[in-house]
Design a protein around this ligand. Structure first.
Ligand SMILES: Cc1cc2nc3c(=O)[nH]c(=O)nc-3n(C[C@H](O)[C@H](O)[C@H](O)COP(=O)(O)OP(=O)(O)OC[C@H]3O[C@@H](n4cnc5c(N)ncnc54)[C@H](O)[C@@H]3O)c2cc1C
Length: 382
């Protein structure tokens, strides 16, 4: 990606890991992306291959099926998938759910789920958002009512990534209907084979067509009481606060790789395409704009590397992750808009990666907690 700068967290071992992941993605995933975009989901067989490569839970101990790596391995996987334009295998969701279970789950939950998540046999989703509430998560209405050794779940969720494919849903539900706000919320591990669980439609989006973003319904869905993450009710918000920074860091890393790809594609195109007897790159407007883009990409990379380094060191805090999420997704939007312009009409054609990237990227400022919410979180720390 960047020829003159090596990220400080990249070791020789990680470079070798990057090479093998990159080769695998180019050979085994990229050729299917067009079909996945047409069918609105990836193939299960690809998930198994990605699992076999150790790319789903690279930073989880091998006793749970992981690859004994560090968050740096996760960063490599996320950025390589993004740089290659592969969106049909939503490993980041399985990665996040795996970490909820690793950090907060009971011994049985870890043993039961983690090896299957790591191998790609179990695909995960996280169900927070509801038709009536997204940013204001404390207002969720999905209820899980304890009845003896079970919980009976009722409610609906929407915009859930991996919604059609997921085998395991990490569900945010209210287990104490009396408690107000963040109290009384629990995370529940719902096996999607459970009676009363129903997938709604795969939603028609302006971008990311290869992702099966969906509705989900829970109608008297009965799960055993030991499906509560960590085995103790009412810990949901605390558990979310522990993991959300990593989800935001992952989003920042993906935005970063997208910017790097956009710049590379644009340099290649503008040096080839001719107008008025010279390459588009030779116009001063192109050169100056791309110099600006290069500066933005370079500054963004150093910020992104700080986030990755903190993640590796175990010192990534919530404000830094939120800053990374909102700032890098906004730089991504600027960079893509500037780059797309140099492709002229071809930049508007879905056949060209830059057009897809532009549409796919719009959601980065909305999901994972909107950028307004990220600013609110940062402001609270000031
Ligand atoms: C493609 C896609 C994939 C998604 N994947 C998932 C998933 O896997 N799991 C999941 O649970 N959710 C998922 N979401 C949902 C996503 O996280 C929410 O859309 C997002 O959190 C915003 O919630 P909302 O849509 O309800 O908007 P609202 O909360 O209604 O917000 C509307 C607008 O008001 C602004 N706003 C709200 N509150 C404030 C405030 N206090 N101050 C300032 N501005 C405010 C918001 O920033 C936004 O601009 C996904 C969404 C999309 C589009």
């Amino acid at each position: 990606m960047q020829s003159t700068y090596r990220s400080p967290w990249l070791s020789d071992d990680l470079e070798a890991f990057t090479d093998s992941v990159r080769r695998f993605i180019r050979q085994r995933l990229v050729p299917h992306e067009d079909r996945w975009r047409a069918q609105h989901q990836g193939d299960r067989s690809a998930w198994l291959e990605v699992g076999e490569m150790g790319m789903i839970l690279p930073d989880v101990p091998s006793e749970y099926g992981g690859a004994d790596g560090s968050p740096a391995h996760t960063a490599v996987v996320l950025q390589e998938l993004q740089y290659a334009g592969v969106t049909g295998v939503g490993v980041s969701l399985s990665h996040i759910v795996g970490h909820y279970i690793l950090d907060s789950g009971t011994a049985e939950q870890k043993q039961h789920w983690l090896p299957k998540i790591a191998s790609g046999e179990v695909i995960c989703s996280i169900a927070m958002t509801e038709p009536g509430t997204g940013s204001d998560l404390q207002s969720i209405r999905t209820r899980a009512v304890r009845k003896g050794e079970h919980y009976v779940i009722n409610g609906s969720k929407t915009f859930i990534s991996n919604g059609q494919l997921s085998d395991l849903v990490l569900l945010v539900a209210r287990t104490d209907t009396e408690a107000k706000g963040s109290k009384g919320v629990s995370l529940i591990l719902v096996d999607t084979r459970t009676e009363g669980f129903r997938r709604g439609k795969c939603l028609d989006k302006m971008g990311l067509p290869a992702q099966d973003t969906s509705e989900m319904f829970f109608d008297d869905c009965v799960v055993p009481a030991d499906c509560v993450l960590g085995g103790v009710e009412g810990q949901g918000f605390y558990q979310l606060m522990q993991q959300l920074p990593f989800e935001r860091a992952a989003c920042a890393i993906q935005c970063m790789a997208d910017m790097e790809r956009a710049l590379d594609l644009t340099l290649e195109y503008t040096k080839e395409r001719k107008a008025f007897g010279k390459s588009i790159f030779e116009f001063q407007n192109t050169r100056f704009t791309l110099a600006d883009v290069k500066a933005t990409v370079t500054a963004s990379r150093t910020f992104c590397d700080l986030i990755i380094q903190r993640w590796v060191d175990g010192t990534l805090d919530s404000p830094l992750a939120s800053m990374g999420k909102f700032w890098l997704s906004e730089r991504q939007a600027e960079v893509l808009d500037k780059c797309l312009q140099f492709f002229g009409g071809y930049g508007y054609m879905n056949e060209y990666p830059i057009a897809r990237m532009y549409a796919d990227a719009r959601v980065a400022r909305i999901y994972g907690g909107s950028n307004e919410i990220q600013r609110e979180l940062v402001a609270r720390s000031l």
